[in-house]
Design a protein around this ligand. Structure first.
Ligand SMILES: NC(=O)c1ccc[n+]([C@@H]2O[C@H](COP(=O)([O-])OP(=O)(O)OC[C@H]3O[C@@H](n4cnc5c(N)ncnc54)[C@H](O)[C@@H]3O)[C@@H](O)[C@H]2O)c1
Length: 264
């Protein structure tokens, strides 16, 4: 559907992967773009789309403030997509503290900070939309992805809280959470995997699952449809709903978590 009132889509983690595909899709749908990434490659991505760009590490509050100020200087309604993210695998107790904190900072704390900074500005301008990219790992738990899973459950809970508070306060802000299944990006390609360990086997399987996943552009189109329909839950894969249902059924039946495969 044509989008007659121009909206500025601010997308974090837009240099590649799902963020880049969202930028391409929203550009085709008539949105203006402000693309952010900690990688300077975001400037080339943006130039190819005729978009504005900012090198921005979402874990640095000063960078997020600069992003917010650049966004609202354009004088357009703002759609913020908190998409930047990272993935890590291993036994929860073996992952070094610094790696745990890095994943939580990028995936969760930065999303909290961006919401803290953008909501008041959206309230002041009388409109806005916030879309937080979580994962099906924010709805169901598997082994050997604890920092990622904890961060994505946090993003889902944050976004549910934000939705309820905007509703209760009568704020003119639409809020959504995206829970994709596998999308064929580079997110898992740098993970090291020792095939002799269960964690390593899972990591190799995850890399294959992601490589065989939905294309970023297909996922971006489904997400853009959800954004334009202002749906709270935005899914790209039925398997995310199945995983959420299985977890909830286990919980209600007082069952402990189950491994996703039979144990030898
Ligand atoms: N690919 C999948 O299968 C999948 C599934 C579910 C959810 N997701 C989520 O989708 C989002 C995008 O993932 P992707 O698959 O495109 O990954 P990707 O690795 O291809 O891209 C992530 C982008 O985020 C940027 N980034 C990382 N840390 C940053 C930081 N501190 N500041 C700014 N930018 C930073 C990277 O430079 C990169 O451009 C993530 O939140 C991810 O958790 C991905």
């Amino acid at each position: 559907m044509p989008h007659f009132q121009p909206t500025l889509a601010v997308i974090t983690g837009a240099a590649r992967g799902l963020g880049l595909a969202l930028a391409e899709t929203l550009s085709r749908r008539g949105y203006r773009l402000l693309l952010a990434d900690r990688d300077a490659a975001v400037h080339e991505t943006a130039a190819a789309l005729g978009a504005d760009s900012l090198q921005c590490d979402v874990t640095r509050e000063a960078d997020l403030i600069a992003l917010r100020d650049r966004a609202f200087a354009a004088g357009l309604p703002v759609l913020l997509i908190n998409n930047a993210g990272t993935l890590l695998s291993g036994n929860a107790w073996e992952i070094p503290a610094a790696d745990w904190r890095r994943v939580l900072d990028i995936n969760l704390v930065a999303t909290v900070d961006a919401c803290r900074l953008f909501v008041p500005a959206m309230q002041a301008t009388g409109s806005g939309q916030i879309v937080n990219v979580a994962s099906m790992a924010g709805l169901a738990v598997g082994p050997w992805l604890a920092p990622y899973t904890v961060s994505k459950f946090g993003v889902v809970a944050l976004t549910e809280s934000l939705y309820l508070e905007c509703l209760a306060g009568g704020l003119p802000i639409a809020v959504s959470v995206v829970c994709p299944g596998p999308v064929s990006t580079e997110i898992a390609s740098a993970l090291s995997a020792n095939p002799a360990s269960p964690a390593g086997q899972m990591t190799l399987g995850l890399q294959q699952h992601i490589a065989a996943g939905l294309s970023p552009s297909e996922a971006a189109q489904l997400i853009a449809d959800g954004i334009e329909a202002r749906r709270f839950w935005i899914f790209t894969h039925e398997e995310a709903r199945h995983a959420a249902r299985a977890r909830l059924e286990g919980l209600l039946a007082d069952q402990p978590p189950a491994l996703p495969f039979a144990q030898e």
